[in-house]
Design a protein around this ligand. Structure first.
Ligand code: PLP
Length: 433
């Protein structure tokens, strides 16, 4: 393992200082590099496709703040809109037209969303969507899938049970068993388990929540059969189908994963891109269900900074840019090229890998087993991934610091950056062989 203290001394020192006052030195666990060892970069600034660390190193950024920065960092139109909004005051605690404007943009982009409510994070979006599903159906049970992450909501912090119908077990201390008693966890893409659960408990299920394309066990796409059965069974049993598009919304297409796949869930959760790099989440969907949210209806949900004008302005500028100058075709071509390049390099280096990709989200798994769910994702050689990660870092490419996270290509990357990434991967994979 690389001795970071000699290579990136300013970051290493900053991490030590932070650890004295912030648990683990970070404000979100993935940032601590637990999945790859070593200590994290401390970032001094970001621009376009690049991050700069405290030691003055520059990296091509394939994390993009874990998804939001689809246009790259400091996109001039987003910066200008944000500064203009800031000069009008940073928070009102009263309605403003920017909220309606962003809501109209979201609704226009995603046909299944007829009304939308803004919150301040993806976690709040999923938490509120689940409350709404329960309030609207009068049922308690929520179904989720092993390996899908929906934020740190108590009832969704659940690991898979040993059989499809086992009750969820909390996977963090501090989550009472009672909070997850009404959560069922199934294997992603497992149609038989889904059918079995609905046959046994269909009349108790309020909603099924999933990442329609998973980023949080590394990139895993859904099968067509799985999606079709989800829609059919939820409709048949009066449960709500909830797509968590916090990562995929406005990423896999302007209309998100559901546009790409041709799906129509009942509720959709958003985050990341809709805030243009500021803290925004949202949940929306069928008007008859959304009208149950207070004050239109009885299901309580609120937020001091919800619909914050600066964050709304950043979101409007981001969505407007994505709508008027769509980067999706170029992101698709560049990400496909990365896939071809990485697979060729791995073959050349005789390193067994799987490359999973949908649009600009992708993962190189270090396994010879096709990855379709959490169990197959876990066949990856995470030590090898960790070495690859650091080899890439030394070549100026900043990848997600876990085998079980998706990388994001961003609109500020050029074809030259793509070729540099492939060349760096070729050298890195050779170094592992
Ligand atoms: N849902 C998905 C699919 C996510 O990827 C995330 C975060 O990565 C969340 C929800 C939670 O969002 P936040 O971190 O903004 O609370």
């Amino acid at each position: 393992m690389l001795d970071l203290s000699t290579v990136r001394p300013a970051s290493a020192a900053a991490f030590e200082r932070a650890k004295a006052v912030i648990p683990g030195g970070v404000n979100s666990p993935a940032r601590a590099f637990g999945g790859v060892g070593g200590s994290p970069l401390f970032i001094s600034r970001a621009d376009g496709p690049f991050l700069y660390d405290l030691d003055g190193n520059r990296y091509l950024d394939f994390i993009g703040s874990w998804g939001p920065m689809i246009l790259g960092h400091c996109h001039p139109k987003v910066v200008d809109a944000t500064i203009a909004a800031l000069k009008n005051g940073s928070s009102y605690g009263a309605p403003c037209e920017l909220e309606t404007q962003l809501a109209e943009l979201v609704i226009e982009a995603v046909p299944s969303v007829e009304m939308v409510r803004f919150v301040s994070s993806g976690t709040e979006a999923t938490m509120s969507a689940i409350r709404l599903a329960r309030g609207a159906t009068g049922r308690d049970r929520i179904v989720k899938f092993a390996g899908c992450y929906h934020g740190h909501v108590d009832s969704l912090l659940v690991s898979a049970g040993s059989s499809a119908l086992t009750l969820g077990v909390p996977n963090s201390p501090g989550v009472p068993a009672g909070c997850t008693r009404d959560t069922s966890v199934l294997r992603y893409n497992d149609v038989a388990a889904l059918a079995e659960l609905f046959a046994a408990q269909g009349d108790q299920i309020a909603g099924v929540i999933l990442e329609p394309v998973v980023g949080n066990m590394g990139l895993v796409p859904p099968t067509a059969e799985f999606r079709a059965e989800l829609r059919r069974l939820t409709r048949q049993h009066g449960a709500l189908l909830i797509y968590d598009e916090v990562m995929t919304g406005f990423r896999l297409g302007y209309g998100g994963a559901q546009e790409l796949l041709g799906d129509a869930p009942d509720l959709t959760c958003f985050g990341k891109i809709i805030g243009g790099g500021y803290p925004v989440g949202a949940y929306g969907g069928r008007a008859d269900v959304m009208r149950k949210v207070m004050p239109a209806g009885p299901v309580f949900q609120a937020g001091t900074l919800s619909g914050n004008p600066v964050a709304m302005a950043a979101g409007i500028a981001t969505l407007t840019e994505l709508k008027t100058n769509p980067p999706y075709a170029r992101l698709e071509a560049q990400s496909a090229r990365i896939g071809v390049g990485l697979l060729e390099a791995a073959k050349h280096a005789r390193v067994p890998v799987q490359f999973n990709r949908v649009g600009s989200m992708w993962t190189l798994f270090f396994t010879d087993t096709p990855v379709t769910d959490l169990d197959t994702a876990k066949t990856s050689d995470v030590k090898r991934f960790g070495r690859f990660f650091w080899e890439m870092m030394d070549r100026g490419v900043y990848l997600p610091c876990s085998q079980f996270e998706a990388a994001f290509t961003c609109g500020a990357m050029t074809d030259e950056h793509v070729e540099q990434t492939i060349a760096a991967a070729g050298e890195s994979l050779q170094a592992l062989a």
